[in-house]
Design a binder for this molecule. Sequence first.
Ligand code: ZN
Length: 347
Amino acid sequence: MKGMLKTMKEKLEKLKKEAFEKINSVDALDVLNDMRVAYLGKKGEITTLLKTLKDASDEERPKLGQYINDTRVEIEKYISDMKDKLTKRMRKEQMAFEEIDVTLPARAPDIGHRHPNSIAYEQIERIFVGMGYEVVDGPEIEYDEYNFGKLNIPENHPAKDEQDTFYINKDIVLRTQTSPVQARVMEKGEFPIRMISPGRVFRSDAVDATHSPCFHQVEGLVVDRGITFADLKGTLKKFATELFGKDIKVKFRPHHFPFTEPSAEMDVSCFKCMGKGCRFCKKSGWIEILGCGMVHPNVFDKCNVDKSRYQGFAFGMGLERIALLKYEIDDMRLLYENDIRFLEQFN
Ligand SMILES: [Zn+2]
């Protein structure tokens, strides 16, 4: 019966050798676990060998059992050592992966862009400040008297219609223009005046490609002795060439505004086709830019300016219109949607 002991010993040696080789080649914990099941599990090879003990003689059984058990312990230890080795290796790899390379360049944060309105305004402001103008702010919520009355806009004027103006109450409105700032400056009585008043204005308009209930104006006013229409023309021509290019021509068309007399609208020659006529200027060669005129004597009276001593001119333009023209944007709504893909195009 010694033969069985010898056979079992050889079998176990072979099994152990094979197990060690397989375990050595394992490179992942889950594969190692499969190996444990294959050798030591309920249906594993060691367990199967243990089941053969029942066929052994009483004499040999304890010896055989010990052999098998010794092998099981050895394989168990081998698996456990391998598990430690694998865990250590994985931790090392993980740390190498997570290591911070301090020499890498920093990730740059997304930088915002200036809005086309801001860019257009800054250009306009620079031109007028360069000509000695001062920039004056005023309230966006304004007395009806300053928004309309002092600017010679009569009670029955269509602009005063509730359909055009947001009324807070019958005396207070959201300003429909920045001109009330001019009335406030004139009332102070400090001359000469050379000012622009930029800012938000409000009109009861529905939103479409060319209208918005809130938009921006830049208005200007000059009051001094001996101011004539020639000063107005020279100033605004200078402004147009600074803004659109030195070859730009200007044209003044007679118009009507309640607060100026005479009044005009100024067109500039199309800077896209240089006046030849194109889709941009609707084939006319000209683009309307702003309204202007000599300050109306009634406005001087209402703002306590001595019209026998002082003359003046005023002008006003929509900031959005300038931005749309300069950047060839065909829909005003794009300026308010805050779509980063759109805004990124400008700086
Ligand atoms: Zn054109």
